[in-house]
Design a protein around this ligand. Structure first.
Ligand code: HEM
Length: 510
């Protein structure tokens, strides 16, 4: 008799506490949550579209419960400013699920670190050292090498007699390029040889990255948001621990190799492993932080690049007028007898408008990364209690007819008419976020994606596969934190430059 009574008492206290919390705060409105699961039952797979629909129903700020955890979603540029500027520091923590807590060693990296002395130190290192103008420029040869290698590989494939006039799946080329670029920048090595064979270490790295995706997709939303069920996911937890160990051993080997090379030659290279190992003492970084930072760069900088350029290319195929206008500008500024380089970008204003329009319509992280309140905060007149998660729906804001004229139209010229910043100072356009947690890799990403798009359109004219009308192309997103195209883009390339300009311009180690 005593045991059921104790359980009943605990349950009553718990429910009373929850009710008290709800009544104490004036929370934003939102869909009705069910006990235990909250609104998990009602979510649609493409979260950003689901949240944008809900913002029409409940208003520009609403509450949604993932399990019992409160998430507040803001969907207007005014509220984005309240979150990212007026209350920036109070909303700069991260919500770590038990799994994330495990692999980030309680937030010892940058992405998953709470705002505090550790965060400030590591962020300073990123701003002053890893993403300084000098280093981003110093890493340019890697970007240009990999962009030209991608162009060469597309050219070779589309020149094969059996593939002439046929569509290619662009994600295969963009994804490989993004992998080679980010792993070179981070780990200081090209894991693919001259004959395009990935070496043993590269295969191990690919395995680790693919395994992370597999584990991520298998991870149960129940295990993530209802932690008291986690004992049911023992096998999954063991798989995660094994994955973690494999990643750590990979990184240790790479770090040892670079330390040996530096001792031998006395040279420090520009890539992130050398930078971090040589700065480790000055910044008092633990080994966990160095390792965490390296994996942060891979996870933040690989898919986002592929996604941006895949959507950009889809818009080129759908809008031949824009594609032709970019080509005319490239022909005028660069000509047809040499390769475009990043140094040309400042003279290519229309190309810059096109990439901005792509970031507006297809931000790769459409809900940014969720922030967490470190104390009670008021946003839009509502209470955000300490510990709640806050997401900014930058996708909805960039399609809001109140701030954009014909927002669903892909029209780069809008940025010629009004010069709108996309690096966090204008709250209508926030693909990289804003405030203290803004993406530190934004400039590098803009340079790289603009260069990739420029090369693709300078070297080739792109058209839809036979029988597909541009206006019928599938422009839906895939579910996930980052939004790939739902259906990988297929397009037919027709080379437009002399054959000798389709060769990779290789550089050694940088
Ligand atoms: C198209 C490319 C990219 C986009 C759209 C993008 C977007 C973002 C966004 C929205 C955030 C979250 C901001 C916030 O929480 O308020 C973020 C954070 C971050 N990004 Fe990027 N990113 C891109 C590329 C990169 C690259 C290439 C790197 C590194 C090589 C990188 C490194 C990071 C890191 C380390 C963070 C965490 C910052 C923090 O928590 O303080 N990103 N990015």
């Amino acid at each position: 008799m005593a045991v059921p009574l104790v359980i009943l008492s605990i349950a009553t206290v718990f429910i009373a506490y929850k009710l008290f919390s709800r009544l104490r705060f004036k929370l934003p409105p939102g869909p009705r949550p069910l006990p235990v699961v909250g609104n998990l039952y009602d979510l649609k797979p493409v979260l950003v579209r689901c949240f944008t629909e809900w913002s029409q129903l409940y208003g520009p700020i609403f509450s949604v419960y993932l399990g019992s955890h409160l998430n507040v979603v803001v969907n207007s540029s005014e509220l984005a400013k309240e979150v990212l500027k007026d209350n920036d520091q109070l909303l700069a923590n991260r919500n770590r699920t038990p799994q994330i807590n495990k692999f980030s060693k309680n937030g010892m990296d940058l992405i998953w670190s709470d705002y505090g002395p550790h965060y400030v130190k590591v962020r300073k290192l990123c701003t002053l050292e890893l993403f300084s103008i000098k280093r981003v420029e110093g890493l340019r040869p890697i970007r240009e090498d990999e962009v030209t290698a991608m162009v060469e590989s597309i050219f070779k494939d589309c020149s094969k007699p059996e593939k002439k006039g046929k569509a290619l799946v662009l994600r295969e080329y963009l994804g490989l390029m993004a992998f080679l670029h980010i792993t070179r920048l981070t780990f200081g090595k090209r894991f693919m040889d001259e004959s395009n064979v990935i070496d043993e270490q590269g295969e191990e790295l690919k395995f680790i990255l693919n395994n992370a995706i597999t584990l991520g997709s298998k991870k149960s939303i129940f295990a993530e948001f209802l932690p008291w069920f986690s004992f049911l996911f023992k096998a999954q937890n063991e798989a995660l621990a094994a994955h973690d160990a494999r990643g750590a051993s990979f990184t240790k080997k790479i770090m040892d190799e670079h330390t040996q090379a530096r001792l031998k030659t006395g040279n420090t290279k520009n890539h992130f492993v050398d930078a971090l190992l040589t700065l480790q003492k000055d910044y008092d970084l633990s080994d966990d932080t160095v390792t965490g930072l390296l994996w942060d760069m891979i996870s933040a900088g690989m898919d986002t690049t592929t996604i941006t350029v895949e959507w950009a290319m889809a818009e080129m195929v759908r809008n031949p007028r824009v594609q032709q206008k970019v080509q005319e500008e490239l022909d005028r500024v660069v000509g047809r007898d040499r390769l475009m380089t990043e140094a040309d970008i400042s003279n290519l204003p229309y190309l810059q408008c096109v990439i901005k329009e792509c970031y507006r319509m297809h931000p790769p992280t459409p809900l940014m990364l969720p922030h967490k309140a470190s104390t009670n905060v008021k946003i839009g007149g509502y209470d955000i209690p300490k510990g709640a998660t806050v997401s900014v729906n930058v996708w909805a804001i960039a399609r809001d007819p109140k701030v954009w004229k014909n927002p669903l139209e892909f029209r780069p010229e809008r940025f010629e008419e009004e010069d709108i910043d996309m690096k966090g100072t204008d709250y209508r356009l926030l693909p990289f976020g804003s405030g203290r947690r803004i993406c530190p890799g934004a400039q590098l990403a803009i340079n790289l994606t603009t260069s990739m798009l420029g090369h693709m359109v300078h070297h080739f004219t792109w058209s839809p596969p036979e029988g597909v009308k541009p206006e019928h192309m599938d422009m839906m997103e895939q579910p996930g934190t980052v939004t790939y195209m739902g259906k990988p883009l297929e397009a037919v390339p027709t080379p437009r430059l002399p054959a000798e300009l389709f060769k990779r311009v290789a550089v050694g180690t940088v």
